[in-house]
Write a protein that binds this ligand. Structure first.
Ligand code: SF4
Length: 331
């Protein structure tokens, strides 16, 4: 058990400031996420260094397409989440508690050796919501950076400003989910709010993190053309070079009654994004030409992708090999 950061006393309770829920927690109780608990008047981060999942993944699986393309990353996950998405595809760990029998203790100083022995050059905090063990990310990430290991964070973006700013210089890249573009969707489907996620994207960019976005398109829930247009305009307004990944929905968890997203909807979303100024829009969870990177200037194929595999077809020093335009790659 590790004492949390980002909390204060309020009467005989504690207020957690890690995420926008700002839970007020009585003694012996936990916040909405289930992994931050008031123990005798102190807020404890119950999953600090408690690892549920450890795998080597291609970075394309996060998905991160413009940061260290083709690299493998050691992926670490724990348990718990601060959102309650009805369609969660990782519910077995996102909804599990800190007393789960399968958790393995890994101290922060043990993380670089795990990365080194995996043969990877980078790490990804992923699988469950990594905000839940922010203190562990910061402590282990700082050591990783000192040893020249790159760091990535796959998140729902539901994090308060202070802990996010604390990741400056520690987290190199983030994939942030924007799960829909209406407050109604976030309230009904995710049990959260949209606005703090959009703020988090801006702050992450401001502190120098490489950011890519994922938008999972769910038929009948967050797929109206107008919503996709507004999302794309907002994304391009922040940075036209910020990659956007439209991900295909598959029925899961408490949303098994909704069919998979039609391929035509996915392709249309990509087209809308590009029309609205997003220079790098992709589809994922399905086979498509739109998995690949095309030069936004001359249209030639630069990086060919299929699933999680990729091949640089025509890239020179991170730029289009044909016309020399920037592909906004971090190599
Ligand atoms: S991190 Fe957990 S305990 Fe803290 S405010 Fe968010 S949901 Fe509540």
């Amino acid at each position: 058990m590790h004492e949390a950061d980002f909390w204060k006393e309020e009467g005989d309770k504690v207020r957690c400031g890690l995420c926008p829920h700002l839970c007020l927690i009585a003694k012996g109780k936990s916040g909405i996420c289930g992994v931050r608990t008031n123990v005798a008047g102190k807020l404890m981060a119950m999953t600090y260094g408690k690892v549920s999942s450890l795998n080597i993944d291609p970075i394309e699986k996060k998905p991160l397409y413009h940061f260290k393309p083709g690299e493998n990353v050691l992926s670490l996950g724990s348990v718990g989440c601060n959102l309650g998405c009805l369609h969660c595809q990782n519910f077995s760990i996102s909804q599990a508690g800190p007393d789960s029998f399968f958790l393995r203790d890994v101290p922060p100083e043990g993380v670089p050796e795990l990365v080194r022995s995996s043969g990877c050059k980078g790490i990804s905090w992923t699988y469950n919501e990594p905000t839940m063990w922010t203190e562990f990310v910061i402590d282990s990430g700082r050591i990783c950076k000192e040893r020249g290991i790159f760091t990535t964070f796959v998140t729902n973006g539901y994090i308060s400003e202070e802990p996010l700013r604390r990741m400056k210089g520690i987290v190199d890249a983030m994939n942030i989910d924007v799960k829909g573009f209406t407050e109604e969707f976030y309230k009904n489907v995710c049990k959260a709010k949209l606005a703090p996620v959009l703020d988090a994207v801006s702050v992450a960019k401001e502190i120098g993190v490489h950011v890519e976005l994922t938008y999972l398109i769910i038929p009948g829930k967050n797929d109206p053309v107008g919503e996709l247009e507004r999302f794309s305009e907002w994304s391009a307004g922040i940075d036209v070079n910020m990659p956007v990944h439209f991900s295909r929905f598959h029925p899961d968890y408490k949303m098994k009654d909704v069919p998979p997203t039609p391929a035509s909807t996915m392709e249309r979303a990509c087209k809308i994004a590009k029309e609205k100024g997003v220079r790098f829009a992709y589809v994922g969870n399905m086979t498509s030409d739109q998995e690949s990177t095309y030069c936004p200037e001359c249209g030639s194929l630069a990086i060919k992708r299929s699933g999680f595999s990729m091949r640089m077809v025509n890239v020179k020093d991170g730029r289009c090999g044909k016309c020399g335009a920037s592909l906004a790659l971090v190599l």
